[in-house]
Design a protein around this ligand. Structure first.
Ligand code: SAM
Length: 244
């Protein structure tokens, strides 16, 4: 049988495409892409002429049997999403499960990912951490999820679109109080920036109508001792001595 290669693609900076990702996409028989037009730009840039097929949330169930059949015939397939790691708030997981059920080898390539990039530069405790992805859109469900996240003794990571950033920060401030937060904006791109502070400071930032770009939101966990120590500079009143 063939193998399924899970190939991460750049989240902004094309130079983050690894040599192995390039050769893999060149050597496979087929690329299953979330958006073939988007991926075609990447293929053109790296002069890769592999054939593509669409594989996204709306055709997953119809595509999987077709892809499994090709893999069983010995074809190698690379699966990619629009940016970053496949399966991480992106299509991929159902195909991976189907390959495992059919004893088809699944080969993950390491590479660009927005969540981990934001986490390691956030200044918040990197372990333990919890990756959530996108919160539900409905307000009651969002708040319920935020409450649950708020109980974790782990730094947690959210993805958010620029137009919902304000709402997310506001809901978190209401439910969690004024915790520390880092916003990672436009990672790997020309205007990459990190906003490190508290949820109320992030609220001031998010209230600006000009908020644009892509964001990762990294929030401190409940009672995280390491964070409490470093937050002295932000809040003289916190109970650092009781934690140590
Ligand atoms: N699969 C991707 C990954 O591995 O990071 C995530 C895809 S998800 C559909 C898109 C979300 O990821 C955006 O809404 C944003 O929250 C985050 N994201 C992607 N690229 C980013 C970047 N360059 N800077 C900041 N956040 C980014």
């Amino acid at each position: 049988t063939g193998s399924l290669f899970l190939v991460p693609t750049p989240i902004g900076n094309l130079n983050d495409m690894t040599p192995r990702a390039i050769t893999t996409m060149q050597e496979v028989d087929l690329i299953a892409a979330e958006d073939t037009r988007n991926t075609q730009k990447l293929l053109n840039y790296f002069e890769i002429d592999t054939r593509q097929i669409s594989f996204h949330e709306h055709n997953t169930m119809q595509r999987i049997p077709q892809l499994i059949e090709m893999l069983q015939e010995g074809k190698n397939i690379a699966q990619v999403s629009d940016a970053g790691m496949p399966s991480i708030s992106d299509p991929g997981h159902e195909l991976v499960k189907a390959c495992i059920e059919n004893e088809i080898p699944v080969v993950p390539l390491p590479g660009p990912n927005a969540a981990l990039s934001a986490l390691i530069a956030s200044g918040l405790t990197p372990q333990p951490f919890y990756f959530y992805g996108f919160l539900p859109r409905k307000s009651t469900e969002r708040k319920k999820e935020i409450e649950k996240l708020g109980e974790l003794q782990a730094t947690f990571i959210l993805y958010e679109s620029p137009h919902r950033l304000k709402k997310t920060i506001k809901d978190m401030l209401e439910v969690l109080g004024d915790r520390k937060v880092t916003l990672g904006r436009e990672l790997t791109k020309q205007y990459e920036e990190f906003l490190r502070g508290t949820l109320s400071e992030a609220m001031e930032y998010a209230e600006n109508d000009e908020v644009r770009g892509e964001f990762v939101v990294v929030v401190e966990g409940k009672n995280q001792a390491d964070n409490l120590q470093t937050s002295q500079e932000f809040d003289e009143g916190n109970i650092v001595s009781e934690v140590q």
